[in-house]
Ligand binder design. Structure first.
Ligand code: IFM
Length: 474
């Protein structure tokens, strides 16, 4: 049986600005919440920061040439908001926009389609510290005005690059921005307030809708507007009512809190009931949900691993993902729910390897949003990859991971899912947030001391799949 993909299927790789660019203080860029967080002692493993990262800002031509050599058809990158609009409000900084224009032109010259993400977690620090709005939660995403600032920023980027970028993503994984940033504290800005996290989630939904509306006004009709979510695949440890209820609750907090407004124009009733002891949701204003429900041209899905939950904590303490002293549960109002390690193999992140979760997600959204094309905007794995004596990097575990997940994607296509592309996370080893440089997700190895790039065997394998538009039998 052959595993051919449809003609025109997009094979790409992905990165994000703070994880790869470096050049943190160049060209007028101001700090984002991640610069501040990473420079706060104890927040990131080994005190690592994105100051230099993998120097993509200076090496983007080399990196684009590498993508071309690998035969990749698309590159998903994010724009650093504080590089193009330093204070998060007011005029654009042309020098910042010029960097992205050069990157996009370089990609197009090499026949690589750019997919641009407006927000991959690096809010300008000035907006986090904003006191103008007078919100009890201070600035940042718990503060309503941030959503409007985001729409203005979207207009700046769309006006600068709308003539040459056709694939636009508003937010990347807003769950992480809201719940890891404001409830568990393992991500910037490092707050541990569950109500702030729920407010942040709502303002991210609003920001997405406002930005999608702006993009639709500014961009040519051919441009596709989407959002990249990390919907959870939540499995119950047993069919006991308490475990099934835990599964429902986490699904609401992880996934339906975003897909409700974005795809259906409403928050799920069970989410509102579960969180009623914390908030009355009065921060949702009339008309917000209609804005969040802006029509989309596609949906981006990021998938790595499933979760296994139970409703009682008698056998396992709740497990919170992420490094960081003083972190709490990200699950606002559901802190009692226990997360268990699923059986079987796992990656260097401790994440279990289960391609069936990807299949399940693709089928879920195929059914839930009929007619909406899907992209896998992130999928990949961290392993402890090391160069051998000859300098080559062999990563058979990553090849096996990719093969399994691409088989799952192919199965979903065969079941009728309108899947348009796959973006491997990540092109390069990079700054893995609170884990610093300790986790390598790249198909291309980076020596962080010299910035030397070495394609791993998985990069060559993936290049072969992309060129053939087909999965090899073995
Ligand atoms: O590195 C991250 C990325 O920034 C967002 N999605 C998950 C990846 C792996 O943790």
């Amino acid at each position: 049986m052959t595993h051919r993909f449809p003609p025109g299927f997009l094979w790409g790789s992905a990165t994000a600005a703070y994880q790869v660019e470096g050049a943190a203080r160049e060209g007028g860029r101001t700090p984002s919440i991640w610069d501040t967080f990473a420079h706060t002692p104890g927040k990131v493993l080994a005190g690592d920061t994105g100051d230099i990262a993998v120097d993509h800002f200076h090496r983007s031509s080399e990196d684009v040439a590498l993508m071309a050599e690998l035969g990749l058809g698309a590159y998903r990158f994010s724009v650093s908001w504080s590089r193009v609009q330093p204070t998060g409000r007011g005029p654009a900084l042309q020098r910042g926009l010029d960097f992205y224009r050069r990157l996009v032109d370089d990609l197009l010259d090499h026949g690589i389609s750019p997919m641009l993400t407006l927000y991959h977690w690096d809010l300008p620090q000035e907006l986090e510290a904003d006191i103008h709005g007078g919100s009890a939660a201070g600035g940042g995403w718990p503060h309503r005005d941030t959503a409007y600032r985001f729409a203005d920023y979207a207009a700046i980027v769309a006006e600068a690059l709308g003539d040459r970028v056709e694939l636009w993503t508003t937010l990347n994984e807003p769950w992480c921005s809201a719940f890891l940033g404001y409830a568990s504290g393992v991500h910037a800005p490092g707050h541990t307030d569950p109500v702030a996290a729920l407010r942040a989630a709502h303002h991210l939904n609003l920001a997405h809708g406002l930005a999608a509306r702006t993009l639709r006004e500014v961009l040519p009709a051919r441009a596709d507007i989407m959002v990249s979510l990390n919907p959870a695949v939540v499995r119950a440890r047993s069919s006991a009512p308490a475990d099934l209820d835990a599964q429902r609750q986490i699904d609401a907090l992880a996934t339906r809190i975003f897909t409700g407004p974005m795809l259906h124009g409403a928050y799920p009733d069970d989410l509102l009931a579960d969180t009623a002891p914390l908030t009355d949701w009065s921060f949702v204003h009339d008309g917000d949900l209609a804005i969040a429900h802006h029509p989309l041209d596609a949906l981006g899905i990021n998938y790595y691993t499933p979760s296994l939950v139970s409703g009682s904590t008698d056998n396992a303490p709740p497990r919170h993902d992420g490094h960081g002293a003083g972190s709490r549960s990200p699950w606002a109002g559901a802190e009692h729910i226990a997360f268990h390690q699923p059986p079987g193999e796992h990656t260097e992140m401790g994440w279990s390897i289960d391609p069936s979760g990807l299949y399940d997600l693709l089928l879920r959204f195929h059914r839930e949003a009929p007619g909406l094309p899907l992209y896998i905007t992130e999928n990949g794995a961290a392993f402890d990859d090391k160069p051998d004596a000859e300098g080559a990097v062999h990563d058979p575990e990553r090849i096996a991971y990719l093969r399994g997940h691409l088989h799952a994607a192919h199965r979903a296509l065969a079941a009728g899912v309108d899947l348009r592309g796959y973006f491997l996370w990540s092109l390069l080893d990079n700054f893995e947030w609170s884990y610093g440089y300790s986790k390598r997700f790249g198909a291309v190895h980076v020596d962080f001391a010299t910035q030397t790039r070495t394609p791993k065997s998985s990069a060559r394998w993936y290049a072969g799949v992309a060129r053939a538009n087909e999965l090899p039998d073995s």
